[in-house]
Write a protein that binds this ligand. Structure first.
Ligand SMILES: [Fe+2]
Ligand SMILES: [Fe+2]
Length: 150
């Protein structure tokens, strides 16, 4: 999976969104007896989402605020807080609980709306606002954040 070695920051973040959605597909296909599989998949999901949040929160959202788009950045940051809350709940709830998969589905619904806002509203509009040089700089800064956790 590309993590934006080249290309641009929007494409790289979009590819990471698809990777996350694939992990949710796999998680949702488990049943309550597959505790070890759920533990492994939850670990992968947490890693992927933490790396992704570092890239967005340390580079993209601050750049949005600098461009007077703090309203979008603040809303998206608030949603990242709920991502961490869902991860925490899924770690603490017994993985053979009949409620576990229901929480996964709630989590996914919340995250899908977050992804939709980033991909359809905030990110393309911001990319258009910037020069090719500014976009290239943002891509480079974001990749540096990603490499810290690669
Ligand atoms: Fe995000
Ligand atoms: Fe994102």
């Amino acid at each position: 999976m590309s993590t934006g070695m080249s290309g641009d920051w929007v494409d790289a973040l979009t590819a990471e969104h698809r990777l996350t959605q694939g992990l949710f597909d796999t998680l949702e296909a488990t049943d309550d007896s597959q505790v070890a599989t759920r533990t492994t998949l939850l670990g992968k999901l947490k890693y992927a989402l933490t790396k992704h949040a570092n890239e967005e929160e340390n580079v993209i959202y601050p750049a949005l605020r600098q461009a007077n788009l703090a309203h979008d950045a603040d809303a998206l940051t608030g949603e990242h807080g709920y991502v961490k809350t869902y991860l925490y709940e899924l770690e603490t709830l017994p993985k053979n609980s009949p409620d576990w998969l229901a929480r996964v589905r709630d989590f996914r619904a919340m995250l899908e709306e977050h992804i939709r806002m980033e991909e359809e509203e905030v990110f393309p509009a911001f990319r258009k606002l910037m020069s090719p040089e500014q976009n290239a700089r943002l891509t480079s800064l974001m990749n540096k954040e990603g490499f810290k956790m690669a």
